[in-house]
Design a binder for this molecule. Structure first.
Ligand code: OGA
Ligand code: MN
Length: 294
């Protein structure tokens, strides 16, 4: 089998690739891993079709790219969890495998994924890569969209670039869910105190600058809140213009991998009475964005 990596959309060859000629259930050779790393640095998003993975196989593949993050950002913890802590549960199922009710708290929390975001930007050390495996998909809807934050930075006007270059943002799941009116408990409020990140960051592998945006941002240091939020809305709107986004249309057993340092993503709606079972493994970044040079 020969590893082949091509643009997912030949008309937009710089963002999102498709990988074939690899079986992710098997141990991989160092050359295969470095080819995937290089393709990630180029495309930022990679899709692997037809990878029938167990949880352990997904975890084993993920570990080639760095330390595994634990699912401490999930709202469902302890006994109530359906999946081990190495996996983020991106499904609409409960522990027994039943579809969650419309007003189920975990389902409503999960709707936060419909907002453009970068994974775990609310953690001091945020996510490097995310790997999402489609175990069961609905009959319609449920695409995942990705935005290229390098292109978003490159296409900003000079004046705006200069104004925002050194800004520090505050990220919390409280801010993203507040946008949807999600009711948190006092304990959750304490647990998800905001963390600081750069608004503009440099990508370690390519040296390119990118906009580090996320629905989890609620404040910009030194800026009045309404002004900060108005600016964040403008930047997000700019960053997610159609020509800088890619929609992944899922097939069962796809695995999609993205670089959270240079992309945002969001889930699209699907019928509430159909199963969507997606499982995400996540690689931690090497250091807080504040320590990575701007
Ligand atoms: C995620 C996520 C989007 C989707 O897994 O981090 O945001 O379409 N998923 O489920
Ligand atoms: Mn996500």
């Amino acid at each position: 089998m020969k590893l082949v990596i091509v643009p997912a959309n030949p008309a937009a060859p710089h963002f999102a690739g498709e990988v074939s000629g690899i079986d992710l259930t098997q141990p991989l050779a160092p050359q295969q891993i470095s080819a995937i790393e290089a393709a990630m640095a180029r495309f930022a998003v990679l899709a692997f079709r037809n990878q029938v993975l167990t949880d352990d196989q997904q975890i084993a593949f993920t570990r080639y790219f760095g330390p595994l993050e634990q699912a401490t950002g999930d709202i469902v913890q302890g006994e109530a969890r359906r999946l081990p802590m190495a996996l983020n549960d991106i499904s609409n199922l409960d522990r027994e495998g039943n579809i969650r009710a419309r007003d189920d708290r975990a389902r409503l929390f999960g709707l936060g994924n419909r907002l453009w975001h970068s994974d775990s930007s609310f953690k001091t050390i945020p996510a490097r890569f995310s790997l999402l495996s489609a175990r069961q998909i609905p009959g319609q809807g449920g695409n995942t969209e990705f935005g290229d934050m390098r292109a978003a930075w490159d296409t900003l006007d000079r004046a705006t670039q200069g104004e925002i270059r050194g800004l520090i943002t505050h990220h919390s799941q409280l801010y993203s869910r507040e946008l949807l009116g999600f009711p948190f408990t006092d304990a959750e409020r304490e647990q998800w105190a905001p963390v600081r990140q750069r608004l503009v960051r440099r990508h370690a592998e390519t040296g390119r600058l990118s906009l580090y945006l996320s629905a989890h941002i609620g404040q910009i240091e030194g800026m009045p809140t309404p002004e900060a939020r108005a600016l964040l809305r403008d930047l997000t709107e700019h960053a997610t213009q159609r020509e800088r986004t890619h929609a992944h249309v899922w097939q069962q057993h796809d695995l999609v991998m993205w670089d959270n340092r240079i992309t945002m993503h969001r889930a699209r709606p699907f019928p509430a009475d159909q199963v969507r079972d997606m499982r995400r493994t996540t690689i931690e970044d090497e250091a807080p964005s504040l320590q990575q040079g701007g």
